[in-house]
Design a protein around this ligand. Sequence first.
Ligand code: FEO
Ligand code: CA
Ligand code: CA
Ligand code: CA
Length: 610
Amino acid sequence: LAAAGGPLARSRFAPVPPNRRDAVVLPDGFDHHVIIRWGDPVVAGAAAFTPYDLTVDVVKKTFGYNNDYVGVVPLGRDTALMTVNHEYDDQTLMYPAGRYTEEEMAWFGIYSHGLSVVTIKRGAVPGSWYREKNLRKAGHNRRINADTTFVMTGPAAGHELLRTSADSSGRRVKGTLNNCAGGTTPWGTVLSGEENFNQYFNTEGTVPGGVTLASGATLADAYTRYGIAKAAGDPRKWHKYDPRFDLEAEPNEVHRFGWVVEVDPMNPTEAPRKHSMLGRFKHEGASVTIAKNGRAVAYLGDDERGDYLYKFVSAEKYDARRTKAARRHNKTLLSKGTLYVAKLTGNDAGAPEAPYDGTGEWIRLCTDTQSFVDGMTVAEVLVFTRQAADLVSPTRMDRPEDVEVNPVNKRVYAALTNNSNRGSSYPADEANPVTTSGTRTSPGAPLVNQSGNRNGYVLEITPDKGDHAARTFSWDLLLVCGDPESPETYFAGFDKSQVSRISCPDNVTFDSAGNLWISTDGAPTPMGQNDGLFRVPVAGPERGHVEAFLSVPKGAECCGPLVYDGDRSLFFAPQHPGEIGGSTFDAPASTWPHTDDFPRPSVCVAYRQR
Ligand code: FEO
Ligand code: CA
Ligand code: CA
Ligand code: CA
């Protein structure tokens, strides 16, 4: 372990064993508490929340459902602003059976999405933080929801593909949907990825046909490539109650989702923005670093089986001065630049071996003024980024999730969560080598082989000459996840008898010593164990030594995570507790955090006991 860094970077702990408990389980010596739960008041005037007697007004003013990304920026010496995504609603777990009509649940659902900005303050124990409950002292608090206007930026803003009957400008969008991971920028704003936005759109009528591009070519499968279709199994049916979700009535509304959004928590009245320059796909998140030449670089994942990794490099340079003018300038950086997609090449032609490694190239798709994709304009590349990328043959990856830059070694770490179709729909390659995975049905059940990549990877990218603006890089798989007893797994060469089982990496972050922290989503399926959060050094003799730091309650994925405040605070966000087949509000598989007889997604902080 690195000698540098605060308590969470340096502490030795006994790894948490795989389990199925309905609890947050931490190593001895650490405590945690809940900061805010689904339904807690965010802005003044929120009436008391109860899922037995909900109103739209309460939903609009209280903490939304399924907290995902957690970004914290300092406010005062002992206060900070915590920005949290609300990814999706789940009618089965949110409401008593038969209590509400389809229309009531549609409107509750629409307003349960978005983001919350919450003022937090230090507690007495170092590393602990609490919500400011006196909302008169929380003037920055904000509940961004479907009433909030987002301003489109970049080359596609105003394009006819973004115009609707409610917005002939194609520049002003109500709300944000399915916000998954994100990033906090060097200039103190929060980015958030609109991920599985396709699921909210449907029609009782006819799904429109192809889009004709400026070149005259027809993009007949523009909806199909994004999974937008008439869906019989749609549980929400929003299109029946708000026509903008009706594909036949408003065929362009769906083009206004699938972007990276930027929120400035310091400016509670400022319209958040959707950045067209970062492309449109199922954005997991976005994390920004500053390249040696001063450009802002954002790494981006498109979370779909067989989809791609992307990178954006700004046209203008970051201004590091702590002035209002510098901040205003930095907030324009994501609207002009170059968008790239990744191609990874293995350096061993034969059978995959460990270590898996090779070289890579960032292929240009467009700048704000020039398209590099034949037959597509800049705006078309940005609205139909997946199809533009298809035309330049990037590497089909195993569901790229969070991608972040290590502040110490400046390498890029990407979670490739899993791909059950690897080896069938997609051939293996050196960057996506696993086609058979060891799995199990409970923590103690025997290992069984299943086809595909079930447990995921962590990919490590080293930009050539350490330059994040460079077009070339080298790469290796830091981890081939799974049970260390299963032969396909790899832990950067570390002794496999010493590591924790890890499956389905999703979110990544770092402590100040550069240790990687990985949270997981999906481990119950291939590993029979609750999801959790893992620490792994990426340098020195302990590189690859994966240790489970915590596990989250039954049915939950572990979101966040964020190591903050000199490695004293660990923010983490158990999302969808109780989300297990057959589990309902009335008979839930989890009642975490055990304040009620139903589950509540909540954001927590963990810290060393005093
Ligand atoms: Fe919402 Fe890709 O996880
Ligand atoms: Ca190799
Ligand atoms: Ca995620
Ligand atoms: Ca996920």
